[in-house]
Write a protein that binds this ligand. Structure first.
Ligand code: DLL
Length: 433
């Protein structure tokens, strides 16, 4: 039986949702016009006034916000309420430039935690469950978001944060954790370590996992589900829009339902900025219609995916987004060809490898070099060079068929590629250095 946190709104009719969005959008645009001079100026430049925005149909008239705006307005330029009304900040783990700092009122936190509670309930969470939150706590939104959601869903919450893998496993086993929340790469590592310690899927008390914060393939899902003996649910979000819980997967595992009573989603062509019809792949853009302290309007996420309104077997009516296949800024252009790390991951997992790999790109004599280092699994480990060469060739062919270009595949020993406790780093692009 499908379990909901707020069934009435999660299963509301499309007309009801649309009505909510129209009303909230009008209020939010007025709120921003009155309180965020940075965005008001953008609206004035675009010749749009709050009176011009009556419904979602008018959304396209509003200017976009991008990461560059966030940088320019850092730290307080996009605040929608006096600082005294804010109760918390979170920040992105960005490695380049200024970090994004997002602000929250107590109301903003409540609705964010509700979104996370919806995700936990969709993964079967009830007050009988023990929810092991192994996303990082602190400035990162993963820990705080799922922690709050777990409380709201009534689970027993284990705020373990990331790190110290053997201690994590001890808590999972001793406290009989039923729901695991962490990045998919960390879930894979936990699974690997549990197997080493002799725990099979039937020994592990977990029943489901809520994994997100980075792109992961269907093949990786299958791998984690098998090792841990769980059902693995995807969850999506970003700091600028609160954090995790902007969208989440249900039992159907056919895309993530976007919490449409709080966020309006659009897909645009990242080059022409034109809004694309349902089903097209493009850049995901969100308008947060409830958040007051950091009210993002038409925020360009740089994530690439598509949307569908097809009926979902779980009963939820909110639009679904497909797994983002990566970010526009994750996309590598190698010898003129677009390459997403997730495509490489698919090939590796289809050939029986785990998601332990590193992509190294460089430029030598004006030509891009493209190497994929892949760990052999303990089962396939060998020092027979002929066998290694055969396997490398097999993967080179598989990658060529997927990407259309040739990669140098280097098989490396098990455990020689660093494991991640948070978001995995899978690309080293030396061309940018
Ligand atoms: O990663 C929030 C989060 C925490 C989501 C825990 C899910 C679970 P940021 O650090 O601001 O926030 O990074 C946001 O991560 O724009 C996507 O590119 C990527 N991302 C997040 N979830 C997914 C996902 C958090 N399920 C950026 N699949 C986003 C693919 C994801 N990419």
């Amino acid at each position: 039986m499908e379990h909901y946190y707020q069934e009435e709104i999660e299963c509301a009719s499309p007309e009801q949702i649309r009505k909510i969005q129209d009303e909230k959008l009008r209020d939010q645009v007025k709120h921003v016009w009155d309180n965020v001079p940075y965005y008001r100026k953008k609206m004035e430049e675009a010749g749009v006034k709050p009176e011009d925005i009556n419904s979602v149909d008018d959304l396209h008239k509003l200017p976009f916000l991008s990461k560059a705006d966030l940088r320019e307005a850092y730290p307080y330029g996009l605040l929608g309420v006096p600082l005294k009304d804010c109760v918390r900040i979170h920040s992105t783990s960005g490695t380049t430039g200024k970090r994004v700092v997002a602000f929250y009122t107590q109301g903003d936190i409540d609705l964010w935690e509700e979104c996370c509670a919806r995700a936990i309930c969709a993964a079967g969470g009830t007050e009988e469950d023990v929810c092991h939150v192994a996303y990082g706590y602190g400035l990162f939104t993963g820990g705080a978001g799922l922690h709050g959601g777990s409380h709201k869903a009534g689970c027993l919450t284990v705020p373990i944060s990331s790190g110290n893998t053997d201690r994590q496993i001890m808590f999972i086993m001793d406290l009989k954790a039923t729901i695991l929340c962490c990045t998919p790469s960390y879930a894979a590592y936990l699974g690997e370590r549990m197997k080493e310690l002799g725990y099979g899927p039937n020994d592990i008390p977990l029943k489901s996992g809520i994994f997100g914060a980075e792109a992961w393939s269907q093949e990786m899902r299958a791998d984690i589900e098998k090792t841990l003996g769980i059902k693995a649910y995807d969850i999506y979000g970003l700091t600028e829009l609160s954090g995790p819980g902007v969208s989440f997967e249900c039992s159907a595992q056919q895309g993530m339902h976007i919490n449409e009573d709080h966020f309006i989603a659009e897909i645009i062509d990242p080059d022409t900025l034109e809004v694309l019809p349902e089903g097209s792949e493009g850049e995901l853009v969100f308008t947060a219609i409830d958040k007051k302290a950091f009210p993002m309007i038409r925020y360009r996420t740089r994530d690439i995916c598509s949307l569908t309104r097809e009926k979902c077997s779980c009963g939820r009516t909110h639009v679904r987004m497909q797994k983002p296949k990566g970010r526009t800024d994750d996309m590598l252009i190698i010898r003129g060809v677009n390459v997403f790390p997730s495509q490489i991951e698919t090939v590796l997992l289809n050939h029986g490898y785990a998601a332990n790999y590193l992509i190294v790109v460089d430029r030598v004599n004006n030509t891009d070099t493209f190497e994929v280092q892949v760990e052999m699994t303990p089962e396939m480990f060998t020092d027979n060079l002929g066998e290694i060469e055969d396997r490398q060739k097999e993967l080179t062919d598989g990658l060529k068929a997927m990407l259309g270009i040739k990669a140098k595949v280097s098989l490396v020993a098990p455990k020689s590629i660093a494991r991640s406790e948070g978001k995995a780093v899978r690309v080293i692009d030396k061309r940018k250095i």
